[in-house]
Design a protein around this ligand. Structure first.
Ligand code: PEP
Ligand code: MG
Length: 327
């Protein structure tokens, strides 16, 4: 099977009825970028910049950040890279930067990601400058994690724009274009899409955090790992409800959580209207193979029926449909 997936490297994720799915990879370290070449992926849909912070003994200074981002962009070549600003704090605590003096009782719902970055904004300013300078002459795609309310996106974007103006005032070379995106990981944000969408170039659904918050089930708890299914009608209906307005606003939509890297889950996502996935590199081959065996038109009709009248065993039902239809 490995050989089969390797052979798929040079073929696009095109369905039987000519529907092109964009398949990108998630990355976080310099070496991960090679995955684009190895898998033939369409780019990096999620570059987790906090990895550099997590593997460093001391806070990575702006020059070190900038070098990493420049190397990543150079290696990615023509393919797009979406940089997510740091998602630290909470369970991704940095030994050299105590988030707080108090240990947190609920770190996943705590002082993390944009909540830290907007408050300790020296960190975010340094990162913004590093990204802006690294992407000089190119397109910079920047995405903010754990946006819970639209004003948080506004503040983060304003911080980047202020750094852009600062650099421009000093005659520095800047990105040709900056595209701004938000992650949908906090369910409340879905209720403010009408306010948020006009400001966005893209939205990326982080199903790892989103589903833990939808089900109030810790994503790292071993006892809960099997309890709720990513194919639950509640999750699929929630996501489907988001897709309509996002598409209508002309905002690019991607799913970048682990869910998209599993063939049956990815099939369900495509079935509700998702056309873009960013997944773990090892999953690219299996997902491409699944897409190439799929009739997307037929699947979308079936999914609409299944979500209107959900079967008790959605996974079993989708698995049986896949088997019957040669997926
Ligand atoms: C997510 O929450 O789905 C996500 C992609 O971000 P992370 O896994 O880094 O929290
Ligand atoms: Mg997340």
């Amino acid at each position: 099977r490995r050989a089969v997936f390797a052979a798929l490297k040079t073929v696009p994720p095109l369905s039987r009825d000519d529907h092109r799915v964009t398949v990108m990879v998630n990355a976080g370290l310099r070496d991960d970028v090679a995955a684009i070449e190895l898998t033939g992926a369409d780019g990096i849909g999620l570059f987790r910049t906090e990895f550099q912070f997590l593997v460093s003994a001391t806070l990575p200074q702006r020059e070190r950040q900038q070098r990493l981002y420049r190397d990543v962009l150079e290696q990615a070549g023509e393919k797009p890279v979406i940089f997510r600003t740091v998602d630290i704090g909470g369970d991704k605590a940095l030994p050299y930067m105590r988030a707080d003096d108090e240990a947190e009782e609920n770190p996943a719902m705590g002082w993390r990601a944009l909540r830290v970055a907007l408050e300790r904004n020296g960190l975010m300013k340094a990162q913004a400058r590093a990204l802006l300078e690294a992407a000089a002459g190119r397109t910079l795609n920047v995405m903010f994690p754990m946006v819970s309310e639209p004003w948080e996106f506004d503040e983060a974007q304003a911080l980047f724009e202020a750094q852009r103006a600062w650099l421009a005032g000093r005659g520095r070379r800047l990105p040709g274009e900056i595209r701004y995106g938000a992650m949908l990981e906090v369910p409340a944000l879905a209720e403010s899409l009408d306010i948020l969408l006009p400001k966005l170039d893209f939205l990326s659904i982080g199903t790892n955090d989103l589903t833990q918050f939808l089900f109030a089930a810790d994503r790292a708890h071993p006892k809960l790992a099997e309890r709720y299914d990513w194919l639950s009608p509640s999750i699929l209906r929630f996501l489907r409800r988001v897709i309509g307005p996002v598409d209508a606003a002309g905002v690019d939509l991607c799913v970048c959580g682990e869910m998209g890297g599993r063939p049956l889950e990815a099939m369900a996502l495509i079935g509700i209207g998702i056309d873009r996935l960013s997944i773990t590199p090892a999953a690219v081959g299996p997902i491409k193979a699944m897409v190439r065996s799929l009739d997307v038109g037929g699947l979308r009709t079936v999914m609409a029926d299944l979500l209107a009248q959900p079967p008790r065993d959605m996974r079993g039902t989708l698995g049986a449909w896949a088997a019957e239809n040669g997926v």
